[in-house]
Design a protein around this ligand. Structure first.
Ligand code: GTP
Ligand code: MG
Length: 443
């Protein structure tokens, strides 16, 4: 997410951080580069102008210039200002005192409404708030089927009515169904259009009047850059939206939409979507996104993701094995599979402080998904006995494993060596000498 922008800002700030003192010229040179990087990322020019102005003022204050680490202070000011233009604190979904709260999903064709509706259903269901999905897109013949399939995947009921061609009726019946099921949320998926047209707006207005949604979420494709900002302005002035969902931030979106849309429309981003799978929806936290863009990592989201994917009992069991140094290749395989569930490695790495800038410098796919696949293939080609006691793997077993996994005996060796080192480290950690060795390794 925002790779190019993030890389450029990191380069500018690395230059600043390393300086003991800053002059007005240093600040202006750095801000000129920040300004260019933002404009190249397709951020609205007015937003950039105000943003740079505010950072300049803060950076040139006595307080910053005379501090011990002026470079750090400028980075801090940039982080705060960036969180600010992204909307400040996180904005949760508004909920009605009497359920079900209705959420209407609107947006242009292909922006990701149907996918987002299903992801949101999963998100709410996972936090124990029963949702019902309503298939109110009667324009595209396959739309109802698509929502039913996705609803099936996430285990949420989908209300549809193939006898009706009245969007308003389907939506209101859907809400009734949710009442009957004592659901907490009703998520209404609506039809998209290729561009904003009157017919679309009138239909949404009618549905809105009929079901009184507490939230009208506009789903926008972040890849469309500045256009996304215009679309949001139009929708907002016509029907009034309460929140935004930015989708496809995993693609090569330059980030401009995210960084301009809140300032321009005054509507908060509530969720961001970073992939096609049903888990790829996050509540939006402006400060965390600013950290990611500025290469400071996003530890909080990483922890939340790992908490939702890692099984607590399994973690306790693993810790015991590590302490007793009985952790074997089979356990290792299990760990890798859990890690994979958190999303593509490139996204996971972005959230680790310091790694996002290293990532850009690594040859593609070191530590990546491809690497994990090779390790998996190697372990799958081993017998259970070999996974438990890798020391029995000699020359002929090594050749067999390499053949079975489409790798070379050297790859087998490499894995065994790395695993051996890892075990040694675990044993040392268990005996208390670990931290010293670990810090030596990391140096
Ligand atoms: N990479 C990526 N793809 C996404 C994301 N969200 C949606 N998509 C894909 O975008 C395409 C369109 O998504 P839909 O959910 O069908 O979009 P829609 O707005 O409902 O489309 P219409 O109903 O035709 O207007 C699908 O192929 C989705 O898988 C995302 O966050 N990342
Ligand atoms: Mg759709």
């Amino acid at each position: 997410m925002f790779d190019v922008l993030s890389q450029k800002l990191n380069d500018v700030f690395d230059g600043l951080r390393n300086r003991g003192r800053l002059t007005e010229k240093d600040v202006d040179d750095a801000l000129r580069q920040v300004r260019l990087a933002l404009l190249e990322a397709d951020v609205n020019f007015k937003v950039v102008r105000d943003f740079i102005g505010r950072i300049r003022e803060r950076a040139l204050s006595e307080e910053v210039l005379r501090s011990l680490s002026p470079g750090q202070q400028v980075v801090k000011a940039t982080h705060e200002e960036m969180s600010g233009i992204l909307g400040g604190g996180a904005k949760r979904l508004i909920q009605m005192p009497t359920p079900p709260s209705v959420v209407l999903l609107v947006g242009l064709n292909g922006s990701g409404k149907t996918t987002t509706a299903a992801k949101l259903a999963k998100y709410l269901k996972d936090s124990n708030q029963l949702p019902v999905l309503v298939a109110a897109d009667l324009q595209r013949p396959a739309a109802v089927k698509q929502l039913e399939t996705l609803g099936g995947q996430v285990g949420v009921e989908v209300y549809s009515d193939d006898t009706s061609d009245q969007t308003v009726k389907v939506a209101t019946d859907g809400v009734k169904r949710a009442v009957g099921l004592k659901a907490v949320w009703t998520l209404v998926d609506t039809a998209g259009r290729f561009q904003i047209d009157d017919e679309l707006m009138v239909e949404i207005e009618q549905v809105k009047a009929a079901v009184s949604p507490v939230e009208t979420l506009l789903v926008v494709d972040a890849m469309t850059g500045q256009d996304a900002v215009h679309v949001a302005e139009e929708f907002h002035s016509r029907i009034g939206i309460t929140g935004l969902v930015l989708t496809k931030l995993d693609g090569d979106a330059r980030g401009g939409a995210a960084l301009s849309i809140v300032s321009v429309t005054g509507v908060p981003i509530k969720f961001i979507a970073t992939g096609e799978n049903m888990g790829a929806l996050e509540q939006f936290h402006p400060d965390r996104l600013a950290s990611r863009v500025l290469g400071m990592g996003d530890v909080l989201t990483l922890i939340e993701k790992s908490q939702s994917t890692f099984d607590q009992d399994q973690a306790v069991e693993l810790e015991k094995k590590m302490r007793q140094a009985t952790f074997d290749l089979d356990d290792f395989l299990g760990q890798l599979q859990q890690l994979k569930k958190m999303g593509p490695m490139s996204q996971v790495m972005e959230m680790i402080p310091g790694l996002s800038s290293i990532k850009a410098k690594l040859p593609t796919d070191t530590l990546g998904d491809h690497q994990i696949k090779i390790v998996e293939a190697l372990i799958y080609s081993m017998t259970l006995e070999e996974r438990r006691r890798p020391e029995i793997i000699g020359g002929s077993r090594r050749r067999r494993i390499a053949r079975g996994s489409g790798t070379t005996p050297q790859d087998v060796n490499q894995l065994l060596n790395q695993f051996g080192q890892m075990k040694k480290l675990m044993r040392q950690m268990a005996s208390g000498k670990g931290m010293k060795n670990l810090s030596r390794m990391l140096r």
